[in-house]
Design a protein around this ligand. Structure first.
Ligand SMILES: [Zn+2]
Length: 168
């Protein structure tokens, strides 16, 4: 995300080289806008040999299949955020399994770099229904996943899941 004005005093931000990174700074109040990758939690809900995916109802990647999940709230532990997002997007209560991996990506609508934390999970309750960001839910056979998958990080973690799956 590109910012023009200081969130502290409202003056125009400039760019300064600090710690070998170009950072937005305010010459008026001294504010330095340290930015980070945005943390997201994604959940691979698995039942037998099936994986739950959602069809995205919004951009980016509208119409593509996606791993349910989303951005964490400030201060929110990724395990809490993962369970919350799954309930919001799918109506399902899940029991988290293992931390499968962490992958860097970019949220194309804003250009923000993202840090994506993926868990496995099983269904613990609730009733599957599509939430606001998800047009459809579908259980895919792990050996027959759709080709149109949103986000590079999702491709990577699905490859990891399938390889791990084949080894067991
Ligand atoms: Zn300022």
């Amino acid at each position: 995300m590109k910012y023009s004005f200081c969130p502290k005093c409202g003056n125009r931000l400039g760019v300064q080289l600090i710690d070998q990174h170009e950072r937005l700074t305010c010459s008026d109040c001294g504010f330095v806008f340290y930015q980070n990758s945005k943390p997201c939690a994604g959940v691979l809900v698995v039942d037998q040999n099936k994986l739950l995916l959602i069809r995205r109802a919004i951009e980016p990647f509208k119409g593509y299949w996606d791993i349910p999940g989303g951005f964490l709230e400030p201060g929110e532990h990724p395990e809490i955020g993962a369970v919350r997002e799954i309930l919001e997007e799918t109506g399902l209560q899940v029991q988290l399994g293992e931390l499968l991996g962490i992958f860097m990506d970019v949220y194309e609508t804003t250009g923000d770099p993202t840090l994506n934390i993926f868990y496995t999970a099983t269904v613990a309750g609730g009733e599957a229904r599509a939430g606001s960001d998800a047009a459809h839910l579908h259980w895919f056979d792990l050996d027959a996943l759709p080709h149109q998958i949103a986000f590079k990080s999702a491709h990577k973690v699905l490859a990891l899941l399938r390889n791990g799956h084949k080894q067991t």
